[in-house]
Design a protein around this ligand. Structure first.
Ligand code: SAH
Length: 358
């Protein structure tokens, strides 16, 4: 079995129940013990083997020596006075930092998680990619962002969006295992319909995900309507054309029946003209999709500006007139550390940079 390992030891929280049962069998332990341990990890959300009180001391000690038990340590929590949104900065076992966001909505609590430490996609308006990619997150490290926040808030999380730092389709296998564990009825059992994965558009992996037939929502960061314009904002556009992306979206809908979301960050004077709106309509109309307009969140390292309010309204109205399903995403937690990735960056030491771009 090709299992998840950290420094040669198996990361027990990244294992599926089946994999854990097999592990326990090989250790000579009864399979129902694996079920009990899985419940401690993924339902009761305990932070150590010591807390698993219906397992013998010997077994807990054996596990402590054999496995890695991943828990994320909150190093900073910022709460918005405006809307109660909280940003969490977590430290991983090897010292790297990731950030996650907790948002309260009328329809339930939502957590936005990171999928990588940093990112190598190089989108021009995004703070998360400025220092490149450090490493992929393990399934357990994605899960524990949600678990740690659940424990801290004492509230149930009903929605999960993989829209924080990182490109989930660049960490495909770990993402898939994370999704399986997250929606598993023996775990937190979050409904797949309440999970959204956002991608800059890595076509082969979008198609691979489609074939899994999961009921999750796929969000595509489109941001431009021609290949030329998209290349100026997103290096990944040099690899995959918009035509290929649209084909992959059609395929995703065909395979899963799930409506695609297009994310479109409005950048003043770059992609917010009447012509852009017309082109976006032409792309969106043939697909079963929803468009989420995001007024760009300016980062100090780049000189992109937000579109004017009037321009944003005009852009939306034009889409609505063509019966395109559209919403404007209003920034939450406006008072707590600007754009995604900035909280983490403000904590990083100089020189913490790695590989860049695809
Ligand atoms: N890598 C994935 C998910 C992370 S980014 C992706 O590209 O989709 C989540 C969303 O926020 C993406 O649509 C991304 O393009 C957008 N985004 C990043 N920085 C932004 C900024 N400064 N202002 C507005 N949207 C931004």
């Amino acid at each position: 079995m090709d299992l998840y390992k950290v420094n040669g030891k198996i990361d027990i929280k990244s294992l599926s129940l089946e994999e854990l049962k097999q592990e326990f069998e090989e250790m000579g332990e009864k399979s129902f013990r694996a079920g009990q341990m899985y419940q401690w990890m993924h339902q009761k959300l305990v932070r150590s083997f010591e807390e698993m009180t219906n397992l013998s001391k010997e077994l807990r000690e054996k596990c402590r020596q054999t496995y890695v038990y991943t828990v994320l340590e909150p190093v900073r929590i910022q709460e918005s006075k405006l809307d109660g949104t909280r940003k969490y900065l977590f430290r991983l076992a090897d010292g790297h930092l990731v950030e996650s966001v907790w948002m309260k909505y009328k329809h339930g609590n939502s957590v936005c998680i990171s999928s990588q430490v940093g990112c190598r996609m190089g989108c021009k308006f995004c703070a998360s990619t400025l220092d490149g990619l450090a490493r992929n997150l393990l399934p357990s490290e994605m899960l524990d962002q949600i678990y740690a926040i659940s424990v801290h808030t004492g509230e149930r999380v009903s929605n999960v969006v993989v829209m924080g730092t990182g490109e989930p389709m660049d960490n495909y296998d770990n993402l898939l295992q994370f999704l399986r564990l997250l929606t598993d009825e023996s775990g937190l059992h979050i409904s797949a319909r309440n999970v959204t994965v956002s991608t800059c558009g890595i076509v082969p992996n979008m198609r691979k995900l489609a074939k899994e037939h999961l009921q999750i929502t796929l969000a595509l960061s489109l941001h431009a309507t021609t290949d030329e314009k998209r290349k100026k904002l997103m290096p990944i556009a040099n690899k995959y054309t918009i035509a290929e992306l649209m084909e992959a979206c059609r395929f995703y809908f065909e395979q899963t029946g799930r409506r695609i979301t297009f994310e479109y960050s409005l950048v003043g004077g770059v992609n917010d003209t009447k012509e852009d709106a017309e082109e976006l309509i032409a792309l969106a109309a043939p697909l079963n999709c929803h468009i989420n307009l995001i007024p760009v969140n300016p980062i100090k390292e780049r000189d992109f500006i937000q579109s004017e309010e009037k321009q944003i309204q005009r852009f939306r109205n034009r889409l609505e007139k063509e019966k395109i399903n559209v919403t404007i995403r209003r920034e939450m937690g406006r008072d707590i550390d600007g754009a995604c990735g900035q909280l983490r960056r403000s904590f990083m030491t100089p020189g913490e940079s790695r590989q860049q771009e695809v």
